[in-house]
Design a protein around this ligand. Structure first.
Ligand code: MG
Length: 388
C-alpha cells in the first residue's frame, strides 16, 4: 500500500529520497518546506485499483507485503466487504448487545519446518492469535484449533505439536475450547497446518487501534527485530548459524497489560509479524493518515541477526517477529510506557525508535546513520515465505 511515487523515487543503494524524484503524473503530490515530496491523497483502494492482480496465486500473496495487500483488496474485501472487516486490524472489536466488547481474530499456520529454534507450529499457532487479540487491548480467553493433517504424519510429531500448543496456551492464560481435524492424502499437505481463532474481552475504557494514532505520538518497539524470520529461515535452509538464532515467538498479552496499566492512553499497538516492522508501519501510516519518522539506528537488532541479514541481503526491518510489538504512545506517557516495557521479561530491549508526524502522510521515512533519509517501503512479498 505504498504510494506509487515512492517506488519511482528509489535509486538503488541507500534509496535517499530527493526532491528530484519524478512522481507518477496521476498521483496527487506536493513538496513541503523541507523539500520532501508528500502525497496528498492515497487511500488503499485508490492504490490497489492502479495495480493489476496476477492471474494465479504466487508465494508472495501470503507473505504480508504489498502483493498480499492487493489480494485482500481485490478479492476478499471486494466480495466480503463490511465496516468491521474493512478496518483490517489485528483483530476486530465487536460491541455486544448488552454492554461490553469482545475481540475476535483468526490465523492459519503453515510454517516450514514444523519445529525450529525457539518454537514450533503448535506454540506459534497460540502466540499468533493471542497476540492479534492483545494488539487491540483485549484479554485473550478462548481459542479454537483446526488441524489439517497429511496422511503419513507420525503421530508422535502431532503429539509434540499439541503438547507445545497446550504449554503455550497455559502460559498465555487461554483455553482451547473447540477444534476440528481433517486429513488430506499423502503429498497434498506438509505434515500439519493449523488454524486458530481467538476470542478475548476488551476491558472497559480500552480503545487501541490504528485510527487513534496522532501526529506527535512516540513510537516504541518492545525489543530486537528479525529474530523469528531469520531463525526459521536458518533452520529450513540449514545455514549453520542456528545456535545463535532463536525465534522470539511468545505471548504478548501480559506485556500489553503492563503497558496499558502504565500508559493507559496508548493509541495503537501492532505486532510486526510477516513483512516485519516495515510492513506494519506502512500499513499503520496509511490507515491513520500520518507519516512515520523512524530513527533507524535506534531499532534494536541482535548482532547475529544483523550479520545473517547482511549475508543474505535482507533488511532487518522487513523480517518477521512473533514476540514483539510496536506502540504509538502520546508523548506525555512515552517515558512511563518505555519503563513498563523494559520492566517486563519480554520487553527488556524496548526502545524509542521514532514518531508519528503530520508530514508526508502514508509514508515511512527513516533517518539513516549517516544523516540521510530513505523511504522505508512496503516489502513486495517473496522475501521469506512460510515463516508462520
Ligand atoms: Mg498482527
Amino acid at each position: 500500500m505504498i504510494p506509487e511515487f515512492a517506488r519511482i523515487c528509489k535509486r538503488g543503494a541507500g534509496d535517499i529520497l530527493s526532491d528530484n524524484c519524478e512522481p507518477l503524473s496521476d498521483t496527487p503530490q506536493l513538496t513541503n518546506s523541507a523539500g520532501w515530496v508528500t502525497i496528498t491523497e492515497h487511500t488503499p483502494s485508490q492504490q490497489s485499483r492502479r495495480r493489476k492482480l496476477e492471474d494465479t496465486i504466487r508465494m508472495g500473496h501470503g507473505a504480508g507485503g504489498r502483493m498480499m495487500a492487493d489480494l485482500i483488496q481485490e478479492v476478499f474485501l471486494r466480495h466480503l466487504d463490511n465496516p468491521l472487516l474493512r478496518q483490517l486490524a489485528d483483530s476486530t472489536v465487536l460491541a455486544l448487545a448488552g454492554n461490553g466488547r469482545i475481540a475476535i481474530s483468526t490465523d492459519s499456520f503453515v510454517v516450514r519446518p514444523l519445529f525450529f529454534p525457539g518454537g514450533d507450529i503448535g506454540s506459534l499457532a497460540v502466540h499468533g492469535t493471542v497476540n492479534d487479540l492483545a494488539m487491540r487491548g483485549a484479554r485473550p480467553l478462548w481459542l479454537t484449533a483446526a488441524f489439517i493433517l497429511e496422511e503419513g504424519l507420525p503421530v508422535e510429531d502431532l503429539r509434540r505439536v499439541v503438547r507445545s500448543m497446550a504449554e503455550a496456551a497455559r502460559r498465555a492464560g487461554v483455553a482451547v475450547v473447540a477444534g476440528d481435524t481433517k486429513v488430506v492424502e499423502r503429498g497434498h499437505g506438509d505434515g500439519v497446518y493449523i488454524n486458530t481463532t481467538g476470542v478475548g474481552v476488551v476491558p472497559d475504557g480500552v480503545d487501541v487501534g490504528p485510527q487513534r494514532i496522532r501526529p506527535g505520538d512516540v513510537l516504541l518497539i518492545s525489543g530486537t527485530v528479525g529474530d523469528h524470520g531469520i531463525a526459521v529461515l536458518s533452520e529450513r535452509e540449514g545455514l549453520g548459524f542456528e545456535t545463535e538464532l532463536v525465534s522470539d515467538s511468545a505471548p504478548l498479552n501480559g506485556l500489553v497489560e503492563a503497558l496499558l496499566t502504565a500508559a493507559p492512553h496508548t493509541h495503537c499497538l501492532r505486532d510486526p509479524t510477516r513483512g516485519g516492522v516495515a510492513a506494519a508501519l506502512n500499513e499503520l501510516a496509511v490507515a491513520a493518515g500520518v507519516g512515520v519518522e523512524l530513527d533507524e539506528a535506534a531499532v534494536p537488532v541482535r548482532p547475529a541477526v544483523a550479520a545473517a541479514c547482511e549475508m543474505l541481503g535482507f533488511d532487518p526491518l522487513t523480517v518477521a517477529n512473533e514476540g514483539k510489538l510496536l506502540a504509538f504512545v502520546p508523548p506525555e506517557e512515552a517515558e512511563v510506557a518505555l519503563e513498563a516495557l523494559r520492566a517486563h521479561p519480554l520487553g527488556q530491549n524496548a526502545a524509542r525508535i521514532g514518531q508519528a508526524t503530520a508530514e508526508h502522510p502514508g509514508l515511512v521515512l527513516a533517518r539513516t546513520g549517516i544523516g540521510g533519509r530513505r523511504v522505508v517501503d512496503m516489502p513486495l512479498g517473496e522475501l521469506l515465505p512460510r515463516i508462520c
